[in-house]
Design a protein around this ligand. Sequence first.
Ligand SMILES: C[S@@+](CC[C@H](N)C(=O)[O-])C[C@H]1O[C@@H](n2cnc3c(N)ncnc32)[C@H](O)[C@@H]1O
Length: 207
Amino acid sequence: MTPHPATPLRTIPPVDADLRIRLATLCHEGWEMWDRFDVQVRGEAFHPFVAADYDLILAALMPLQASGTRFLEWGSATGVITILADLLGFDACGIELDPDLVRASRELASRWDSQARFAAGSFLPTGYRFRSPRGDDRLGTIGEGVSGYLELGRSLDDFDVVYGFPWGGEEAMMLDLMARYGRADALLLLNEVNGGLRMYRDGRLVS
Ligand SMILES: C[S@@+](CC[C@H](N)C(=O)[O-])C[C@H]1O[C@@H](n2cnc3c(N)ncnc32)[C@H](O)[C@@H]1O
């Protein structure tokens, strides 16, 4: 089982007290889901789902929260981060390739009375091909499937904030995807394998 940080309430910036408790409880439930997944699924065979540090993502999303701001999670897995975004007031969507995870995320959203929406499919738009300047066009752990944007009724450039958790070496592809299909003024948040979080706008690092 992978060790993970606890989610003490004090790590969450001050928002409404009830909301703080809901956010911390959801993070806790997310960690429990991840622990089960790690044993039951990843214990049997490789799966690309590894949970991010929910506290870190939450802290990054808090200052960006604004009602109606459109948030998209690439590879939303159990849906925890997309649902956190919805609870914060974002208009939140996730796209996930693994249908079992999509089912789990929809059930989680329903239990949390969340409006977060999840599409089953790929976060790669139809026809997208990664063209690396270095000539290495491999997609790493990123799988292929029917694009999920049609199901959401939105395209990538409809979103104001996009979040992804690339495995090592996949960051270039996510930056390329955002540069070619995202809006120039949108924020791209990338969780790093070593635990940090980088924020980009128009391909440039902003934090
Ligand atoms: C490293 S995990 C990140 C999970 C979650 N976003 C987080 O930060 O905790 C990557 C997720 O992306 C999913 N995935 C891989 N390729 C995908 C694709 N082309 N479209 C949608 N999801 C994909 C995997 O199944 C996995 O759940």
